[in-house]
Ligand binder design. Structure first.
Ligand code: ATP
Ligand code: MG
Length: 451
């Protein structure tokens, strides 16, 4: 805790009454400018030269301290967005309520935010919804105001370009060293203000290998349900960050543990919760493990893959019910897919182009069973074949489909055209003089091939 007497801030945080930060000089931390993006440095130096304060803040400082490569470099300053625009020619202002400056350097964008202020109510605009959610967050302030609006102490460290020191108002440096993820302020208040912070808690805890501080963890269990109030579109963006992180399996386990997964994907949770059937859990885990492995190998991953895996069992259950009621296979799966997707988008929206790919992956599963004539060749030429085949492999590995089928398709892709033609040749005409029992034997072999 900071020295000096304490008071309770608006966030419920106990803060030093004079708000003075602990300053870590250049020799007391390991952040070096050589780890930073050149463009971020240019922005910081230019702001400083123009007489403004300029800091790196947030995830980049946190990650640099760990020796990780930051995803992006966020700059904060006391210059207003308009003032920032005057400093940089390559700058665009974005956002309607809280304006941010984007400084463009080819494909890299450095985001420059003006310090956010605390609303003292003088603007006559209510900032907090009756359930505690923050509605407006658009007032400029000082660094002393800005710091308390941030989520975790380790995300509230400011790297000052003026003397290369790190300013710490919340004990973030100590938490960082101890590997603790601690919310600034009273956890239930902070989760209520913005329930997405719960997802961020899980994401950062997994990414950094930090332990959630006890009261933050306790409040997670109690507040998980408030995530329901978050717009479904915002949750999609968060889901991508969670499941395309390279540590999706661990993230999934942790989200389930806190009851957060059930809110993002209620139908999946329902399947996972069935005690008698272990397949959904094994299948989802395998899919996530696969994505993590691909990311580790530097391969691409797509959102539709993990999303189709999450919802596959729900689609299958529904489709099988429809087939039992006499619906045709393909129609049953199409209808089931529609129903499951329209239910899903109530909690977490998935863009149309993504749901389209999910449908394709699901429906192509039926076509893998057709292995005679030109059909396999047609299937092979489809753009979504590869994803559907990877999905088939996962199903085979987890007992959802016969392993022989997956092996057949693996071989079909590997062999040359002559062999492919042999593999897809219709069954031979039976010799008329063959004994009846031999014919019966062949029949069953043909049937199993056409299954
Ligand atoms: P990463 O970019 O690696 O995902 P990050 O911490 O930089 O992590 P951003 O979403 O880029 O995350 O946000 C930058 C900073 O803005 C955070 O470090 C935090 O200080 C603040 N911030 C972002 N979202 C919130 C939020 N929901 N509540 C409070 N502060 C937030
Ligand atoms: Mg960031």
């Amino acid at each position: 805790m900071l020295p000096g007497s304490s008071k309770v801030a608006k966030t419920g945080a106990v803060v030093d009454s004079d708000n003075s930060p602990r300053k870590y000089s250049r020799s007391e931390h390991n952040i070096s400018r050589s780890q930073m993006s050149e463009n971020a440095l240019k922005v910081l130096y230019r702001l400083k030269k123009s007489g403004y304060e300029a800091y790196l803040v947030g995830g980049c400082v946190r990650d640099l301290l760990l020796g990780l490569e930051p995803k992006d470099f966020d700059v904060v300053t006391d210059a207003s967005p308009e003032q920032v625009r005057k400093v940089f020619r390559n700058c665009r202002l974005i956002g309607r309520r809280f304006r941010l400056a984007h400084v463009h350097f080819g494909r890299e964008i450095i985001e420059v935010a003006t310090f956010r202020g605390a609303d003292n109510g003088e603007q006559g605009d209510h900032r907090v919804h009756e359930d505690g959610r923050l509605l407006r967050d658009n007032i400029f302030g000082t660094i002393e105001d800005d710091v308390w609006r941030r989520d975790f102490t380790v995300n509230a460290l400011y790297y000052n370009i003026r003397d290369f020191s790190v300013l710490d108002y919340t004990g973030g440096m100590q938490d960082h060293t101890a590997g603790v993820l601690r919310l600034i302020g009273e956890p239930t208040v902070r989760y209520k203000e913005d329930p997405v912070r719960m997802l961020r808690a899980v994401r950062f805890s997994v990414k950094l290998g930090f332990k959630l501080e006890a009261s933050c963890e306790k409040a997670l269990f109690e507040s998980a349900h408030t995530l329901q109030g978050i717009p479904a579109a915002r949750l999609y963006d968060e889901a991508l960050k969670l499941f395309l992180s390279g540590k999706a399996l661990q993230t999934f386990e942790m989200l389930r543990h806190y009851g957060l997964f059930a809110i993002l994907f209620p139908q999946t949770e329902q399947c996972l919760a069935q005690e008698k059937n272990d397949f959904p859990r094994m299948f989802v885990a395998k899919a996530l493990e696969n994505s993590d492995k691909r990311i580790a190998e530097g391969k691409s991953v797509t959102p539709y893959f993990f999303l189709s895996a999450f919802l596959w069992e729900s689609v299958q259950i529904l489709a099988k019910e429809k087939i039992a009621q006499g619906e045709d296979d393909i129609i049953a799966y199409q209808n089931a897919a529609n129903m499951v997707l329209s239910q899903q988008v109530k909690s977490l929206t998935i863009p149309k182009r993504v749901t389209q790919s999910m449908r394709e992956v699901w429906l192509l599963q039926l076509r893998f069973h057709r292995r005679v004539g030109v059909k396999p060749f047609k299937l092979l030429s489809l753009p979504r074949f590869r994803a559907a085949y990877d999905f088939l492999l996962l199903r085979a590995q987890t007992g959802d489909v016969d392993i022989e089928l997956a092996e057949w398709w693996t071989r079909f892709q590997a062999v040359g055209e002559v062999e492919q033609k042999k593999m897809t040749r219709p069954p031979r005409k039976y010799k008329k003089n063959r004994k009846k029992r031999d014919v019966t034997k062949q029949d069953s072999a043909v049937n199993s091939q056409n299954e």
